[in-house]
Design a protein around this ligand. Structure first.
Ligand code: NAP
Ligand code: MG
Length: 424
């Protein structure tokens, strides 16, 4: 984005203590998507305590809180996705996906669609989920030393299926009628009694987008990429996924992977599952839609906590949207509203910010922004390793003598650690 220039300026500001402290300057704004409930509270605290004191934070702000989505007939969500396409990097707070109860609670004009669904459709993206690994919160699988990032294809298959409950004897066929009227016809089954049938589909275009998003992300993060399907049984459907990945890999990525010292590895889904359990981690596991749905829940729960899981949506055109994998933490928010103390974990939301700031720093060539992101992540992990954490982590940690902090004090402790790391 040349109109913003590429060189960051550092402005020296005098602090009360007399110590010189420089705020990092940004050139291109981040697209900031604010959200709902407890995560909205954490969002503001993170900005006030951990970002604004150190960065001259430049964002284009979109309020995706449910009230504002309702006021704008959800136009704000569409606008925020368009802005993400324009600037290239967004950071998103968790948002409420309305259901019947929310219709009454917020007096909604309509049951607005999931913002994540709207943004995903606009960016045609693939979602990568990675656990935040920290000493003291050990994965259930003891040989997992590094994070396993799961990439889930988000289009088609069983999620866009057509099903029939077969009432009795008869013939089930699969028929494709081309625009020219040409037919392709296969017998599925000759039923002699009641049963069930299902039709599923995918498109070469969507599979190719998914493949490129995975290859790009592997290069970006310098990790091996694994992909698996059941192509030995599904000789056309799943085989098509395998072929498209292979063709794109050979044509566009083979040389770049070799240069980066990483590998693309294809295997059968059952072999992949067995290998994942024995692996050390440190790779990306690309999954078809259903496999990704199931396996991401397994991988994330085995790594410890949903509150320690980041999520990034990557579009084939190289646009990034960072967020926490968890929701708006409604139950904690109601406690907060009653004036009760909460101990809500802000780690994944902090990492959404650091992911976005680091990417912005890389794109705009602002090394200081990347260094700051690294430091804030290090400070967050160090705070936990020092035994200071929120309640959800205290319940599962292997560390002894931990201090359970409330939402605000946890963020304040991270700030203290950050100051210490920056002074070193
Ligand atoms: P949730 O917000 O992820 O919370 C479920 C439970 O997980 C919480 O009640 C809490 O358990 C625990 N938890 C999650 N995040 C935590 C954190 N940061 N710190 C501590 N504990 C945490 O899921 P939900 O309650 O099903 O959904 C709430 C709202 O979020 C819904 O309106 C939903 O639509 C929305 N949502 C949004 C997104 C998104 O924007 N990406 C994703 C999922 C859900 P305890 O109560 O036992 O402490
Ligand atoms: Mg699931």
């Amino acid at each position: 984005m040349p109109e913003y220039g590429v060189f960051a300026k550092t402005i020296k500001i005098e602090r009360a203590g007399g110590k010189n402290m420089s705020k990092i300057q940004m050139t291109t704004p981040l697209v900031e998507m604010d959200g709902d409930e407890m995560t909205r509270i954490l969002w503001q605290m993170i900005k006030d305590e951990l970002l604004c004191p150190y960065i001259d934070l430049k964002t284009e702000y979109y309020d995706l809180g449910l009230e504002h989505r309702n006021e704008t007939n959800d136009q704000v969500t569409v606008d925020s996705a368009e802005a993400t396409k324009k600037y290239g990097v967004a950071v998103k707070c968790a948002t409420i996906t309305p259901n019947a109860a929310r219709m009454t609670e917020y007096n909604l004009k309509e049951m607005w669609k999931s913002p994540n669904g709207t943004i995903r459709a606009a960016l045609d993206g693939t979602v990568f989920r990675a656990p935040i690994v920290v000493k003291g919160i050990e994965p259930c699988v003891k040989n997992w030393e590094k994070p396993i990032t799961l990439a889930r294809h988000a289009y088609g298959d069983v999620y866009k299926n057509v099903e029939i409950k077969v009432p009795g004897a008869g013939k089930a066929e699969l028929v494709f009628t081309g625009e020219d009227g040409e037919e392709i016809r296969e017998t599925i089954h000759n039923f002699t009694a009641p049963g069930i049938i299902q039709g599923i589909h995918n498109t070469d275009k969507s599979i190719a987008s998914f493949a490129r998003a995975c290859f790009n992300y592997a290069l970006d993060t310098k990790q091996d990429l694994w992909f698996a399907t059941k192509d030995t049984i599904s000789k056309k459907y799943d085989h098509n996924f395998k072929d498209i990945f292979q063709e794109i890999y050979e044509k566009e990525y083979d040389a770049r992977f070799k240069e980066a010292g990483i590998e693309y590895f294809y295997t059968l889904i059952d072999d992949a599952v067995a290998r994942v359990m024995k692996a050390k981690g440190g790779f990306i596991w690309a999954c078809k839609n259903y496999d990704g749905d199931v396996m991401s829940d397994m991988v994330s729960s085995a790594f410890g906590s949903l509150a320690m899981m980041t999520s990034v949506l990557v579009s084939p055109s190289g646009v990034y949207e960072y967020e926490a994998a968890h929701g708006a933490v409604q139950r904690h928010y109601y406690k907060h509203l009653k004036g009760e103390e909460t101990s809500t974990n802000s780690v994944a939301t902090i990492f959404a910010w650091t992911g976005a700031l680091r990417k912005r720093g890389e794109l705009d060539d602002i090394g200081e922004l990347c260094t700051f992101a690294d430091r804030l992540e290090a400070a967050t992990l160090q705070t936990i390793e020092d035994g200071k954490m929120t309640k959800d982590l205290a319940l599962i940690t292997s560390l002894k003598d931990v201090t359970v902090l409330n939402s605000e004090n946890f963020i304040k402790e991270i700030r203290k650690t950050l100051e210490r790391l920056m002074a070193e």
